[in-house]
Design a binder for this molecule. Structure first.
Ligand code: NDP
Length: 242
C-alpha cells in the first residue's frame, strides 16, 4: 500500500497534486486544516480515479497535532508506506513589515517552515528504512526573489528552500530525493483578491498558471525516473522570474 501524503490537499494546488499522484497510481493521504467539505470533495475525486484515499486532519504548524494525528496514523498503519511527501500547506498574511503583527509573522512562518519540519521529520524515518522516497516542497517565487508586503512569506519560503537543499544532502545516499517547486501566480483561493489583469502584463506567458500545471511538475519530481534530481528548485511561473 504505497501512499502519497499531500499537506493542504483539500483545495487549490494541493487538490491538483492529489489527483496527479492518484493518476500515478498512489493511494492518497489528504491533509487539511479546517475545510472538511473541500477535503471530502478531494477524496471523492481521488477515489474516482480508482485508488484509495484517506483524510487526515491536522494543523501542520502544531507539532503536537502532527505527532498525534500523523504519528498515530503511521503507528496504526504499518502496512502502509508513505513513499511521496508533498509539503504544500501554506498561507499568506501580507503586510508591510513596519505594520506586520507578531501573529502575521508567526502564522506564516509556522505553517510553511514549521510545517515542513514537523511533518518531514516524522515521514523521513520510514523513507530511510525503505531506502526510497520523494519529498517535494511547494515554495514560491516570493522565496527566491522576495516580494514587498511579504517579508514573512518570503522568509518562510526561502527557509524551506534552504532546508530542501540541506536535507537533500543529508539523505541522498538513502535513495531519497528532496526538491522544491516555486510557483508564480497560480489561480487558487490564495490569489483570489489579486488584480489578474494588471499582474498578467508582467508575465511573459500573459496569464496566471493553473494548479494542474504545478501538479504536473510535482508529478515529474515524484516519479521514479527523476532519480538523479535532488536539492533542486523548479520554477513554474510563466517566465516571470528565474
Ligand atoms: P489555498 O489557499 O488555495 O489552499 C491552501 C491549502 O493549505 C488548503 O488545503 C488549506 O487547508 C491548507 N492549509 C493552510 N494552512 C494549513 C495548516 N496550518 N495545516 C494544514 N493545512 C493547511 O492555497 P494554494 O493552493 O494557492 O497554495 C498551495 C501552496 O502553494 C502554498 O504553500 C502556497 O504558499 C504555495 N504557492 C501558491 C501560489 C499561488 O499563486 N496560488 C504561488 C506560490 C506558492 P483548508 O482547506 O483546511 O483551509
Amino acid at each position: 500500500m504505497k501512499f502519497a501524503l499531500v499537506t493542504g490537499g483539500s483545495r487549490g494546488i494541493g487538490r491538483a497534486i492529489c489527483l496527479k499522484m492518484a493518476d500515478m497510481g498512489y493511494n492518497i493521504l489528504i491533509n487539511y486544516k479546517s475545510n472538511e467539505i473541500e477535503a471530502n470533495h478531494t477524496l471523492s475525486l481521488v477515489m474516482g480515479k480508482g485508488v484509495s484515499g484517506e483524510i487526515i486532519q491536522f494543523d501542520v504548524s502544531d507539532r503536537n497535532q502532527v505527532q498525534s494525528a500523523l504519528g498515530g496514523w503511521m503507528e496504526a498503519n504499518q502496512d502502509k508506506v508513505i513513499e511521496v511527501l508533498i509539503n504544500n500547506a501554506g498561507i499568506r498574511e501580507d503586510a508591510l513589515m513596519m505594520w506586520m503583527k507578531d501573529e502575521q509573522w508567526d502564522s506564516v512562518i509556522g505553517t510553511s517552515l514549521g510545517g515542513f519540519f514537523y511533518v518531514t521529520r516524522l515521514v523521513v524515518n520510514s523513507m530511510l528504512m525503505k531506502k526510497y522516497g520523494r519529498i517535494i516542497n511547494i515554495v514560491s517565487l516570493s522565496g527566491l526573489k522576495g516580494l514587498p508586503g511579504q517579508t514573512n512569506y518570503s522568509a518562510a519560503k526561502a527557509g524551506v528552500i534552504g532546508a530542501t537543499k540541506a536535507l537533500a544532502q543529508e539523505i541522498g545516499r538513502k535513495g531519497i530525493t528532496v526538491n522544491a517547486i516555486a510557483p508564480g501566480f497560480i489561480k487558487t483561493d490564495m490569489t483570489e483578491g489579486l488584480n489578474e489583469n494588471e499582474l498578467k502584463a508582467l508575465i511573459p506567458l500573459k496569464r496566471f498558471g493553473l494548479p494542474e500545471e504545478v501538479a504536473h511538475a510535482v508529478g515529474f519530481l515524484a516519479s521514479a525516473e527523476a532519480s538523479y534530481i535532488t536539492a533542486e528548485v523548479i520554477s513554474v511561473n510563466g517566465g516571470l522570474y528565474s
